[in-house]
Design a protein around this ligand. Structure first.
Ligand SMILES: Cc1cc2nc3c(=O)[nH]c(=O)nc-3n(C[C@H](O)[C@H](O)[C@H](O)COP(=O)(O)OP(=O)(O)OC[C@H]3O[C@@H](n4cnc5c(N)ncnc54)[C@H](O)[C@@H]3O)c2cc1C
Ligand SMILES: *[C@@H]1O[C@H](CO)[C@@H](O)[C@H](O)[C@H]1NC(C)=O
Ligand SMILES: *[C@@H]1O[C@H](CO)[C@@H](O)[C@H](O)[C@H]1NC(C)=O
Ligand SMILES: *[C@@H]1O[C@H](CO)[C@@H](O)[C@H](O)[C@H]1NC(C)=O
Ligand SMILES: *[C@@H]1O[C@H](CO)[C@@H](O)[C@H](O)[C@H]1NC(C)=O
Length: 624
């Protein structure tokens, strides 16, 4: 606690731009949320000369080693300094959710119970879904994995909206614009070198050691995915962000890239925001930390409500997802005004909540809480989706010391020729999120963590529990709602391939004792066989987790009632209001959303500035 307050005090002056002195100031733009969606956008607008207010509920932790050193990502996601705890449901089936091994309960004495057998009187919280309230958003506590969507994820937006600016080839330009790549050649056309986001990868030379168990596993895996096992040392250095022909159908190994520099320093929108504020050019960016936006303000005299500002409360830990929140704590509301536009970038849970609190959302839901309906927009908070994740976890007889295998592959039962699984294998455990995650199983732990992409179901929701902006919404992912059996079969197929590769690890590692999805010891005791595909599917159905949520305010086709945004991020039915964050994607962009969200942030800045230029042109025209 002490450290937290001291840091905020120390950092406050660095971020206090001149406009901060006048609380009644009107800005050109107000951006709510400084994560991958809002952070880069706010900096771009200020750099273009427009006065911009960036409202962020969290603090600045740029020089706190928990956040600054990317290797501390698990510690960062657990840290109370920035943590927002959302307790989510995975389905409408309460009994199924209770089988999730890391279901979390409030014991009432200030501690959590995590597990299947809660103490008497404990109150069910649900499944933890971490978020970070901090300058830079979740890009400050995530693992920093940098990956790009499939080309079709972008091209699909062109199809939906007719807006050719989303074409995959054009979207790469945004990566090049933000990126300061540290591993590619200067003339590599896939990459940028002058941006604010350092992206690096790691030394792949471990993959040259043919006697290493990790390399033996990799060679077997190469055979299973149709690659040449003699070339694994090259594959371990393949650029995961590279622009290859047929990249989305290429089952292979890669060098994992992260948004960090070579020395392990994390890079995120935080760097860009700080650099913009500190720039001698005195760009007009005002950052208000510890400020919770509670409502968008509208002028309702015209045919469509026009966003003219934001109401917010200031003070630390006002939101009830913040574990430091002290019950009963509240603060007066201040109004901030925007001459041009308001942009919401609170992330996939908070943006739909804020829209609904402001009168934009499904009319029946808003009326239930006495919120006057400005725009009946049924898609707000709906069609929430996420990649399913699960892992194969075991214990070797000795530690497998070196080598993180990164693989993107297609299982034989995938519905298209495209890859459907991202996995990384190494001496770690990752089984999802709960207070205190992950479990350490000792030095012999080994796992392959899998991300299944393109879930067939997009039925999650973010819905209000009250009209109080300090309250959290109700979040239900409705995993496997339809097409679940097919999705699960793909996960099982991937697990079977990965397990088979493990058997190549050789002495002295073998045999592995598998902990899940097919616990070796339990199986042997029961009937002496390995577990069935059906049993594995049941395991993944109850134990799947996720952390790449998107699409709760999605871009969609004209005429689609559930579409919340048009292709320029404008909220349908309103004026002067956009949503720019992970909630805007029509589906999860590939494997990991952080870099893609930064890319659309910069794209959106172009759209906002183009609108400003057009308005200026119109004004000039009027004057003539
Ligand atoms: C533990 C974890 C690990 C992850 N690892 C990876 C990874 O390795 N690679 C990857 O690509 N993705 C990863 N992700 C996902 C990725 O970080 C997110 O998809 C991404 O940050 C989403 O960006 P965003 O701008 O939509 O939202 P966020 O990053 O959530 O940012 C939203 C910001 O808005 C602020 N805010 C919200 N509401 C308000 C309000 N009312 N008023 C003021 N401020 C508000 C929040 O404090 C926050 O700072 C991970 C996520 C988690 C949780
Ligand atoms: C876009 O539409 C065209 C024509 O209908 C179709 O062939 C193509 O597969 C679509 N692409 C995506 C990514 O949806
Ligand atoms: C190669 O791997 C073996 C087995 O793990 C190990 O003993 C040896 O030290 C490694 N060699 C190098 C050069 O790292
Ligand atoms: C609201 O919009 C109308 C035009 O529709 C304008 O005349 C009026 O000044 C606006 N009011 C505020 C408070 O912005
Ligand atoms: C062994 O047990 C598992 C479940 O524990 C079951 O799925 C499998 O069918 C059983 N095999 C046989 C041969 O009974």
């Amino acid at each position: 606690m002490m450290k937290f307050f001291l840091l905020s005090l120390l950092l406050a002056p660095a971020l206090a731009a001149p406009a901060d002195a006048d609380p009644t100031a009107t800005y050109d733009y107000i951006v709510v949320g400084s994560g991958p969606g809002g952070g880069p956008l706010s900096a771009e607008l200020a750099r273009a000369g427009y006065s911009t207010l960036l409202i962020e509920a969290g603090t600045d932790q740029w020089d706190n080693p928990t956040y600054a050193d990317i290797q501390n990502f698990n510690e960062a996601a657990n840290d109370e300094t920035t943590r927002w705890d959302f307790w989510v449901k995975h389905s409408d089936d309460a009994a199924r959710d209770l089988k999730f091994k890391h279901t979390t309960w409030d014991t009432g004495d200030g501690t959590f119970y995590v597990g299947l057998d809660p103490p008497e009187g404990a109150k069910l919280l649900g499944i933890q879904y971490p978020r970070a309230a901090v300058l830079g958003g979740c890009a400050m506590h995530n693992a920093g994995v940098a990956s790009l969507p499939e080309d079709d994820d972008w091209n699909r937006i062109v199809n939906l909206t007719g807006d050719a600016s989303w074409e995959a080839g054009k979207m790469r330009e945004y990566l090049k614009k933000i990126e300061r790549n540290e591993y590619a050649d200067a003339d590599d056309p896939s990459h940028g070198h002058d941006g604010w986001l350092a992206i690096s990868n790691s030394d792949p030379s471990w993959a040259k050691n043919d006697s290493s168990p990790a390399v033996k596993i990799m060679k077997r895996l190469a055979e299973l995915i149709g690659q040449d096992p003699s070339r694994v040392a090259d594959f371990a250095n393949t650029d995961i962000l590279g622009d290859f022909p047929n990249r989305d159908t290429m089952s292979s190994f890669f060098n994992l890239a992260t948004h960090a520099d070579k020395t392990g320093k994390r890079f995120s929108p935080n760097n860009y925001i700080r650099a913009t504020v500190a720039d001698p050019a005195k760009y007009p960016l005002t950052v208000k930390l510890n400020t919770l936006a509670t409502k968008v303000l509208f002028n309702t005299t015209g045919p469509k409500p026009r966003a003219i500002g934001v109401e917010a409360m200031s003070g630390p830990s006002l939101y009830r997802a913040d574990p430091k929140h002290i019950p009963g704590t509240t603060a007066p509301k201040t109004q901030y005004f925007a001459r041009r536009e308001v942009i919401l970038s609170g992330g996939v849970f908070n943006t739909p909540q804020l829209l609904k609190l402001s009168g934009i959302g499904p009319a029946t839901e808003l009326s239930k809480f006495g919120i006057p309906v400005l725009v009946d927009l049924p898609g707000v908070g709906e069609r929430l989706t996420d990649n399913y994740e699960g892992s194969l976890l075991g214990l070797g007889k000795v530690p497998i010391a070196s080598g993180l295998i990164t693989i993107l592959f297609r299982t034989p039962n995938a519905p298209t020729p495209k890859r459907n699984i991202f996995a990384w294998c190494g001496a770690f455990s990752f089984e999802g999120f709960w207070p205190g995650f992950p479990t350490y199983y000792g030095p012999n732990q080994y796992s392959c963590a899998m991300v299944h992409i393109k879930p067939r179901s997009q039925d999650g929701s973010v819905r209000l529990l009250s009209a109080d902006p300090q309250d959290k919404p109700e979040i239900n992912f409705r995993f496997f709602e339809h097409g679940g059996d097919e999705d699960l079969a793909e996960l099982v197929s991937a697990a079977n391939m990965l397990r088979e590769s493990w058997q190549a690890a050789g002495e002295p590692v073998l045999p592995f004792e598998e902990l899940h999805p097919c616990p070796s010891s339990a199986e042997k005791k029961s009937n002496g066989t390995t577990c069935s595909d059906g049993k594995q599917a049941e395991y993944f159905k109850t134990q799947a987790y996720s952390h790449h949520a998107t699409s709760s305010c999605q871009i969609g086709a004209e005429g689609d009632k559930m579409a919340v945004l048009d292709s320029k991020f404008r909220v349908r039915g309103a004026e002067g209001l956009r949503v720019v964050d992970a909630s805007a994607f029509p589906n999860v962009p590939g494997f990991f959303p952080s870099v893609p969200t930064m890319m659309i942030s910069v794209k959106a800045a172009g759209d906002v500035l183009a609108a400003a230029a057009a308005a200026k042109g119109a004004d000039a025209g009027d004057g003539e």
